[in-house]
Design a protein around this ligand. Structure first.
Ligand code: PEP
Ligand code: MN
Length: 338
């Protein structure tokens, strides 16, 4: 249920409703908009049905949320959510956010080199995996905590926000200690215990769409994080499995406007994992921006042929830089900026 308050509702009236809702064993989630406050009430359907929430002073109306994802839905919050990533970077506004860096952190020297180049081209977030979800157990699994230390060092030196994947509930505290944004990879989109764990932190979370997941399933997974109290969620379309085999995955470009209709959460696109080929990264990035993505996450490597993972889809810094130039022009046409 959503309780929409009158614009003139007082702080006292709002607190009174929150207390009553809690006493009924329901969970209130307050969202303060520019004009009015709304309170999302989550709990068992039977209790919600018989509770006359409209009688409280300050209430304008009470509406059921029809979507199965409640806090994530546009019904719950009409305005677009803007997520503060720290270091002055906000995601979900007119300013597009580009995250870039290697698939995996390999060593400090390479990371510093790549980070310097992507920063120069206009990226504000440095990506780099320290815990890598590899299909083969014999493939490079990542540097673990050593890698996270390198990422933090380079991010702090250059003033870049950092993002890295967390694969295991036991590592959430460790990864959160070093990075600004926690990434949940596509393979873990429905790892519900992991979602609950990151929901208990206040860190921004980038939630990637599962390989074979519907948009509804992605939004239900995001609901796990929000219902834990963490509203700092960014969704990511990174390509899905289809019958088409000329790309690594099929970028579901329509996911961006569809999610924007259904949810207030920001959406970014990962053209690298969608394409699997560096030559497709630029056109897919432009398509993503054109359909309204709030940002991009792109793999960049100074020497793709030597990369420990995903070299084939990594842009060299020169190509990344020219793509950023093209995106700048495109953003302007759309009333946005980079
Ligand atoms: C990655 O970002 O390197 C990654 C493994 O992504 P995904 O979970 O989308 O495959
Ligand atoms: Mn990768």
């Amino acid at each position: 249920m959503i309780i929409v308050l009158r614009p003139e509702a007082t702080e006292q009236q709002i607190n009174h409703i929150i207390e009553k809702v809690k006493k009924l064993g329901l969970t209130p989630h307050v969202s303060k908009g520019t004009e009015r406050t709304i309170i999302g009430v989550i709990g068992p359907e039977d209790v919600l049905q018989i509770t006359p929430l409209e009688v409280f002073p300050g209430v304008e109306r009470v509406m059921p949320v029809l979507a199965p994802y409640k806090l994530v839905s546009r019904e719950f919050r009409q305005e677009d959510s803007v997520i503060d990533l720290g270091k002055g970077v906000k995601l979900g506004s007119k300013k597009l956010v580009v995250m870039a860096g290697p698939c995996a952190i390999e060593n400090l020297e390479i990371l510093e080199e790549i980070a310097g180049q992507v920063k120069k081209a206009g990226a504000t977030v440095l990506r780099g995996g320290a815990f890598k979800p590899r299909t083969s157990p014999y493939a490079f699994q990542g540097l673990g905590e050593e890698g996270l230390k390198m990422l933090k060092k380079v991010g702090d030196e250059l003033g870049l926000v950092t993002i890295s994947e967390v694969m295991d509930t036991r590592d959430v505290g460790l990864v959160a200690k070093y990075v600004d944004v926690l990434q949940i990879g596509c393979r873990n989109m429905q790892n519900f215990n992991l979602l609950k764990e990151v929901g208990m932190t206040k860190k921004p979370v980038l939630l990637k769409r599962g390989l074979s997941s519907t948009i509804k399933e992605l939004l239900m997974s995001a609901e796990y994080i929000l219902s834990g109290g963490n509203f700092n969620v960014i969704l990511c379309e990174r390509g899905i499995r289809t019958f088409e085999d000329s790309t690594r995955n099929t970028l579901d470009i329509s996911a961006v406007p569809v999610i924007k209709q259904l949810s207030h959460l920001p959406v970014i696109v990962d053209p690298s994992h969608a394409a699997g080929k560096w030559g497709l990264v630029a056109p897919l990035s432009k398509a993503a921006v054109a359909v309204g993505a709030d940002g991009l996450i792109i793999e960049v490597h100074t020497s793709p042929e030597d990369a420990t993972s995903d070299g084939a889809q990594s842009l060299v810094p020169e190509n990344f830089s020219s793509l950023m130039g093209e995106l700048k022009t495109l953003a302007k046409v759309l009333g946005k900026e980079i």
